[in-house]
Design a protein around this ligand. Sequence first.
Ligand code: SAM
Length: 200
Amino acid sequence: MKPGAKPDRFTARAHQEGFAARSVYKLEEIDRRCRVFRTGQRVLDLGAAPGSWTQWMVPRVGGKGAIVAVDLNPLKVKVPAYVQAMQFDVLAAPLDEFAKLGPFDVVVSDMAPHTSGVQDADAARSAELVDRAIDIADACLAPGGHFVAKIFQGAEFEAVRKRLRERYETVRVLKPEASRKESVEIYLVGLGRTVKAPTP
Ligand SMILES: C[S@@+](CC[C@H](N)C(=O)[O-])C[C@H]1O[C@@H](n2cnc3c(N)ncnc32)[C@H](O)[C@@H]1O
């Protein structure tokens, strides 16, 4: 939990249900509303630590699927053998490394920058992470695949949404109930990656 953030019913529920973070209920709601996940999928989880999204996806994709969980920090949860946890900086890793790990059916990114308190600067760094996640999905997401990413609302939001519209059949914007009202975060969902070449 972030310093200053108050525990609430989602925090209590995550604790009770053994999830590493309350963020899990954001992904659950996104899936309930957008139908992203299925058994047997291969998923790339960017910004995976401490690991609640990974934990939630494990039974969803099951042993016939696979999850690659990437973060600067290690996962704080136990995961089965079909989860590959990797620790590195997504902004620094070459895109062809992701191509080698793929193809994936879903790319999710809950990446968030360290916040400075300067809203415009934080939003710009969040947009940089989403732009990177879009580039990574370009390198390793199968045609028809789905994309989910957190972004802080700010000046870059429309440009990022436009990039997604160029790449996915349907683009949705969601503010899940578990996302704190005072938070500027929002989630972009791209459903059905199209194969047409995107504009750079
Ligand atoms: C809100 S947390 C993710 C929570 C996670 N989805 C969960 O449910 O447990 C954001 C994560 O993004 C990671 N992150 C931020 N920038 C990153 C980068 N450049 N490369 C890899 N991970 C990054 C942070 O280390 C942090 O663990």
